[in-house]
Design a binder for this molecule. Structure first.
Ligand code: CO8
Length: 258
């Protein structure tokens, strides 16, 4: 697939996807989401990639779903075509870690896309919000579900009901983003985190992602049990032997993703 709305690069073991519709503040249309899904699944199946970064521009990670494209949709248009589910869910199939590196606006579907990633590194210019109510609609790609889990019911209600934006500092205090960095250091910091992750044992990294995500899907007792099973299975990997031997021998480990 030739990409017209995203730029894709590989830096060592990190796959970088840049949303690239600058004139529309990276508004997310169907074509962009098809391309994003395609690029994500390609990186996920590439043995040379250990972590993926999704980013936007200085001004916008993404200012939401493309309002112009959906303005005249009817219920039947969106229901029958599976609007959103058709090409927004592919990111959830990705088993490798995905970092959102967010500068500027992450609004509506843009905020929802950032929340679908495994964690968010924000530039000090980042602004998050779910302003759909101002358009006479509501979040439709997980905003009412992921936001309360990330920032509490009270703040999620505030953002979704009033459409106000939250700056990077508030987003970090609330737990939506993992760290804030200076805008001109965003990509550098995101790449540093991604390269660190990509230097670890990939199967173990995938198990950790799977286990943390389980915390959202199940009871604590079930989650602990699930984690225990995965923890036990790390002892079946060569990388666990290598990692522990390297510590004991006071050297750096050399993981072989096995
Ligand atoms: N869709 C389409 N075009 C957009 C969008 C958008 N979401 N956001 C900005 N643009 C366009 C503008 O129309 C403008 O285009 P043009 O130059 O041709 O007029 C260009 O980007 C620049 O925008 P502005 O001139 O408005 O820039 P400002 O700096 O003045 O303002 C804002 C920036 C505050 C971000 C403003 O553009 C804005 O409010 N945008 C809309 C934000 C919004 O409401 N987002 C929610 C969209 S609805 C949604 O996401 C539903 C999600 C449901 C799930 C996903 C379904 C697929």
């Amino acid at each position: 697939m030739a990409y017209e709305n995203i730029l894709v690069e590989t830096h060592e073991k990190v796959g970088v996807i840049q949303l690239n519709r600058p004139k529309a503040l990276n508004a997310l249309n169907d074509q962009l989401m098809d391309e994003l899904g395609d690029a994500l699944l390609k990186f996920d199946s590439d043995d040379n990639i250990g972590c993926i970064v999704i980013t936007g521009s200085e001004k916008a990670f993404a200012a939401g779903a493309d309002i112009g494209a959906m303005a005249n949709y009817t219920f039947m248009d969106v229901y029958k075509s599976g609007y959103i589910t058709r090409n927004w869910e592919q990111i959830r199939q990705v088993r490798k870690p995905v970092i959102a590196a967010v500068a500027g606006y992450a609004l509506g579907g843009g905020c929802e896309l950032a929340m679908m990633c495994d964690f968010i590194i924000a530039a000090d210019t980042a602004k998050f919000g779910q302003p759909e109510v101002k358009l006479g609609t509501m979040p439709g790609a997980g905003g009412t579900q992921r936001l309360p889990r990330a920032v509490s019911k009270s703040k999620a209600m505030d953002l979704c009901l009033t459409a106000r934006m939250m700056d990077a500092a508030e987003a970090e205090r609330a737990g939506l983003v993992s760290r804030i960095v200076a805008a001109d250091k965003l990509i550098e910091e995101a790449m540093r985190a991604a390269k660190t992750i990509a230097s670890m044992s990939l199967p173990v990294i995938m198990m950790i992602k799977e286990s943390v995500n389980r915390a959202y899907e199940t009871t604590l007792a079930e989650g602990i049990q699930y984690e225990r099973r995965l923890f036990h299975s790390t002892f079946a990997t060569e990388d666990q032997k290598e990692g522990m031997a390297a510590f004991i021998e006071k050297r750096l480990p050399s993981f072989r993703n096995n």
